[in-house]
Write a protein that binds this ligand. Structure first.
Ligand code: ADP
Ligand code: ZN
Length: 758
């Protein structure tokens, strides 16, 4: 079934007189780490008969030196093989398969779909905790022995300090690894304590008991029922259907998910709910918990051991509902009945490292394969999603109104070009008046500025020299306190001196405000208000999101200043004013989705205002009030933007009217980066020429320096290939790049359906 790599043909193609000398044998296809594109075939020896199965890891000899290497078995078949030539599997790593046949099929599809290595995909699908722990025996949980046998045979003073530390740490059942970790002792110490009877095995701690459902489902509105119906129909009829819930924030989408999940559970099946980022959506998780009690929440703060435990509970079918970020789409549910993606337009559903998959496409594959419904929800669906609905492939269910009849807030646009010149990121008098109005009415305020730091640009007053990162092609952002210049590309921190390094004059101008300066200014303008800031700088510690949001919810904060992370999933009824301080911040980036992102962000954050009985307002500050993305967001008409944007994408052949594959080449050597990018481009062009008619409409753009030309001391070049038919495009790209020998000085990536264009 697998094609042979050149390396393996050394073994398979013996001299001609051997050709007939073939016999039936059991052969396993093994996917190995490293740059091999295809699985290798190995014989299954007698003593492992029946134990080498797809989905298990095995140890095989690799290369001339036959070094033992762990690989994934993806297929086993009995077939005719030459009697000499194939090496044999040495041993198995897992007693039970880590991946089901369907999940294996999925990983093979993913490696085709995103032009990445099958081995990479397998590693991405299996969380690290699973890969590390699965081979070994289940780790027992330990507790101090109730009566210490050691106490009789030896006085307690004989405990070494590390043993005492372990006992002190053993306040609840933990594995040896956890105990060692917590007490700072070595694993050997813990093992010796078990041998001596100081620690004994105890049953695994039981999970938190299922909470009684405190949350009674409300009666659905007409629009909600109409949205739920096709989902339930598909479930009942056992067929796949993708249903897109297009509804403004507060229109009751989550309630529809909840009731669809309830229906799934009634069938005895499992549901997976994907959210953009767990820490940004605590309310959504909370609602699933209080409705269903036992919910597996897969968030990024889980330790590998915790993740492994959840994974096993899910695989055992013990968990009905799984809520998690992107990678939860791989949850090993044996009886999947429903998959939901909330805020489906969010770019975090695309993985930015290899394998560069998109969870939406993976979800659709799974749901189609399992004949179950997929539900995508958003107030601002991605254009790819919108277009599929317009073409009739997917069904759109609209929830046009907010639940409970509250109205969408009125939006006021402030033209930054009019009036006194200001720095981008300042407050206009209109916005100030709006804030005052909300505070006087006892309401709360959210201010969005999608740039962190104090000033986004440091420039010499005298000579105009701007301070940039020495290893990146980026201006430094000034962060206070401490006058630190931080590069947002590489994170490097540099003390900014008050004197220009070029001309020696004193006096640097701080241009472009970030969230820090905004917070500062707001606190000075409204000294009676309590101000908090939420951005990547203030949210480094675990739990700080929750703390900041709790304080806001409980009314301990009046004004919340932040980056796009405040735009997501929050439902605070006392918010009466939302201010978008600089709507154009991301509008002019060299990215074909810049307008879409801007419209989505403004629409999303605007939806946070006026969810309570007192109503609300939105103030949008912009230097381009007539831009279709901003105009549409200002009248809450996302569809108007979609209608304007789709023809532009079509004319340019951009998604959803074609596929884009982006290549980024990096090298410390500028010439090497350029030359490799040029080499790639010419190979692609040649492949396309050779394909003649089939390649109609396929274009290679570039190579050119990437918008961020230098990052972390590496020069970056990029090129793009786009074409109307994704499948043909990917096939030609694969042919062009297969077997390429990359020079050591160069690194490069292939990104299918890129969302990151800088
Ligand atoms: P969305 O997910 O679209 O933002 P939600 O499902 O969170 O909307 O609904 C907004 C608010 O309205 C929530 O507080 C929710 O509990 C409530 N809600 C939703 N549906 C109903 C309903 N049918 N009857 C009463 N309240 C509802
Ligand atoms: Zn840098």
């Amino acid at each position: 079934m697998s094609q042979h790599t050149p390396q393996q043909q050394l073994f398979v193609n013996g001299p001609a007189w051997e050709e007939d000398d073939r016999h039936l044998a059991v052969v396993a296809s093994i996917v190995l780490p490293g740059p091999l594109d295809r699985p290798l075939d190995y014989l299954v020896p007698e003593q492992l008969a029946g134990r080498v199965e797809p989905g298990k890891r095995v140890r095989v000899p690799l290369g001339r030196s036959n070094r033992p290497t762990v690989g994934y078995c993806v297929a086993v078949a009995t077939r005719n093989v030459p009697s000499s030539g194939l090496k044999a599997v040495c041993d198995i790593e897992d007693e039970r398969p880590l991946l089901s046949p369907v999940m294996l099929e999925l990983t093979a599809w993913m490696s085709e779909r995103w032009l990445c290595r099958h081995g990479e995909v397998l590693e991405a699908v299996l969380p690290a905790g699973v890969r590390e722990a699965a081979g070994s025996r289940e780790q027992p949980y330990l507790m101090p022995a109730a009566t210490r046998p050691a106490a009789e045979s030896a006085p307690a003073t004989r405990l070494t300090p590390s043993q005492a530390n372990v006992l002190a740490a053993a306040t609840e059942p933990q594995t040896a690894a956890q105990l060692a970790d917590r007490s700072g002792a070595s694993r050997a110490v813990v093992t010796r304590m078990v041998k001596r009877g100081l620690l004994v095995e105890v049953p695994a701690p039981s999970d938190t008991p299922p909470r009684s459902s405190s949350d009674e489902p409300p009666q659905l509105s007409e629009a909600q029922s109409a949205a739920l119906e096709p989902i339930c129909n598909a479930m009942r009829e056992g067929r796949h259907e993708t249903v897109v819930l297009f509804g403004v924030t507060g229109s009751g989408k989550t309630e529809v998910y909840l009731q669809a999940v309830e229906e799934t559970l009634r069938y005895g099946k499992q549901a997976i709910v994907l959210v953009p980022e767990i820490s940004l959506t605590p309310q959504t998780c909370g609602r699933f918990r209080s409705r269903f009690g036992r919910v597996a929440v897969l968030h990024s703060h889980l330790t590998p051991a915790e993740r492994h435990r959840e994974w096993k509970r899910i695989a055992a079918g013990e968990v009905g509902v799984v809520v998690g970020a992107r990678s939860a789409v791989f949850a090993p549910t044996p009886r999947l009945g429903l998959l939901v993606i909330d805020e489906e337009h969010e770019t975090s559903f695309k993985q930015s490292t290899a394998p560069r998959y998109h969870a939406r496409d993976v979800a659709e594959w799974r749901c189609r394969r399992e004949s179950i419904p997929l539900v995508l929800g958003s107030a601002t669906p991605a254009l790819e999603t919108f277009q599929k609905c317009l073409r009739g492939e997917w069904r759109m269910a609209e929830l046009p109104e907010r639940v409970g009849g509250t109205h969408l807030p009125g939006v006021l646009t402030v033209d930054l070009r009019a009036g006194p010149p200001r720095r981008a990121g300042d407050l206009s008098s209109r916005l100030e008046a709006g804030i005052r109005w909300a505070l006087n009415a006892g309401g709360q305020v959210i201010l969005l500025l999608n740039r962190r730091g104090f000033a986004t640009h440091i420039q010499c007053h005298a000579c105009g020299h701007s301070v940039t990162c020495p290893q990146c092609d980026l201006s430094l952002t000034l962060h206070q306190p401490g006058s630190r210049g931080i590069c947002h590309g590489c994170g490097r921190v540099i003390r900014v001196r008050p004197v220009c390094s070029e001309c020696g004059q004193a006096g640097l101008a701080l241009r472009g405000s970030g969230t820090q300066r905004l917070e500062d200014r707001v606190a000075r303008t409204f000294p009676e208000a309590r101000v908090a800031r939420m951005d990547a700088d203030t949210m480094r510690r675990r739990g700080s999101h929750e703390a900041t949001l709790d304080a806001f919810r409980d009314g301990h904060t009046d004004i919340l200043v932040g980056t796009q992370m405040i735009a997501k999933g929050l439902d605070f009824p006392s918010v009466m004013l939302v201010g978008v301080v600089y709507a154009d911040a991301a509008l002019h980036l060299p990215d074909f989705r810049a307008a879409e992102r801007t419209c989505q962000l403004i629409t999303q954050v605007a939806g946070r205002s006026g969810r309570g009985p007192k109503g609300g307002r939105v103030v949008v500050q912009t230097a381009t009030p007539d831009h279709p993305a901003i105009r549409a967001a200002a009248v809450h008409d996302y569809e108007a933007f979609v209608r304007h944007e789709l023809p532009i994408r079509e004319a340019l052949g951009y998604p959803p009217f074609g596929q884009v594959v982006r290549f980024v080449v990096r090298s410390r050597n500028e010439t090497a980066a350029r030359e490799w990018a040029e080499h790639l481009a010419s190979r692609l062009r040649r492949q396309i020429e050779a394909a003649a008619e089939e390649a109609a409409g396929i274009r290679v753009l570039g190579p050119a320096p990437a918008p961020i030309e230098r990052l972390r001391d590496a020069w970056r070049w990029h090129l793009q290939v786009q074409g109307p038919d994704g499948e043909i495009l990917r096939r030609l790209v694969r042919l062009a790049i297969e077997g390429l020998k990359v020079p050591d000085s160069v690194a490069w990536i292939v990104d299918v359906d890129p969302v990151e264009m800088l």
